[in-house]
Write a protein that binds this ligand. Structure first.
Ligand SMILES: NC(=O)c1ccc[n+]([C@@H]2O[C@H](COP(=O)([O-])OP(=O)(O)OC[C@H]3O[C@@H](n4cnc5c(N)ncnc54)[C@H](O)[C@@H]3O)[C@@H](O)[C@H]2O)c1
Length: 262
């Protein structure tokens, strides 16, 4: 399932799961373009990751802006001559109850988490289709989804809605692009052990409840999500498309129901 020599774009790659994916794909010999709105952090982590290698690039990119997306593609083509894998990891999260969620906040979250996935995926897929005529193998796209695509959420209404939309976009893109051999899948993430989980950082009791309602009794390591992305990007997943693979320690199949304490 080698991705050695493949060209990979990762959005939201300045930290968290996107960065873990960048680290794993670089370690596997891929050329990686890290894209993020956080220019300072993105530049820093990319130069650490590159360590003088020619196989890593960073671009400041707002996935919700068409022009930025066009520049992302142009930089990737200039640097590496093609695109084989796209990982959509950029995200924003709301943290207010439904009754207080403003229209502006809803639009902001949907623009990044849903429209951003659409804009980058469509531009990349158009390029991937063209590349087939140039003799390049079919590419693949991986969307970072969430258990919130399937559970309701009182405090993350816009986020959960955006992830539901991303799951449907994954299925629809998979059907549209299957004739070209281009596979589209999603990873349904549960809770991950990263510092950006501000919500958990502020709320230890919530974190303990979350872990208690996860059958495997812990959060995921970002590297476990990256390993799933690597599987989906590679040949071992050659007949998987339109799927969401849940990497959540069994939390979804328990339906988030908390175990009673003895
Ligand atoms: N961390 C978790 O527990 C968890 C749970 C479920 C799903 N997920 C999903 O996994 C993916 C990665 O999550 P994470 O925890 O690593 O997130 P994170 O918040 O740590 O990182 C997200 C990155 O996206 C970037 N970003 C935000 N807006 C952007 C924009 N407009 N354009 C480009 N980049 C932008 C941020 O700067 C940041 O670097 C997300 O899609 C998220 O929904 C994560």
């Amino acid at each position: 399932m080698s991705v050695k020599g493949k060209v990979v774009i990762i959005t939201g790659a300045a930290q968290g799961i996107g960065l873990a994916c960048a680290e794993r794909f670089v370690a596997e010999g891929a050329s990686v373009v890290l894209a993020d709105v956080n220019e300072e952090l993105g530049e820093r982590v990319s130069s650490e990751l590159a360590n003088n290698s020619e196989h890593v690039r960073f671009i400041s990119c707002n996935v919700a802006e068409r022009l930025d997306v066009r520049n992302l593609l142009a930089l990737t083509m200039d640097a590496f001559g093609g695109i084989d894998v796209l990982i959509n990891a950029a995200r924003l999260v709301d943290d207010v109850p439904f009754l207080e969620l403003s229209e502006e906040e809803l639009e902001k979250i949907m623009n990044v988490n849903f429209k951003g996935v659409f804009l980058v995926s469509q531009a990349v897929a158009q390029r991937m289709v063209k590349q087939l005529d140039e003799g390049r193998a079919a590419g693949t796209i991986i969307n970072l989804s969430s258990q919130n695509a399937q559970f309701g959420s009182a405090d993350h209404v816009a986020y959960a809605s955006s992830k539901g939309a991303v799951e449907q976009l994954t299925r629809s893109m998979a059907i549209s692009l299957a004739p070209y051999g281009i596979r589209i899948n999603a990873i349904g993430v549960g809770g991950v052990n990263i510092s950006s989980m501000d919500y958990f950082a502020r709320n230890q009791a919530e974190k303990e409840n979350f872990i208690r309602s996860t059958p495997m009794g812990r959060l995921a390591e970002p590297s476990e999500i990256a390993a799933t992305a690597l599987f989906l990007a590679g040949d071992h997943a050659s007949f998987i498309t339109g799927e969401t693979i849940f990497v959540d320690g069994g939390r979804r199949i328990l339906n988030g129901v908390m175990e009673e304490e003895e």
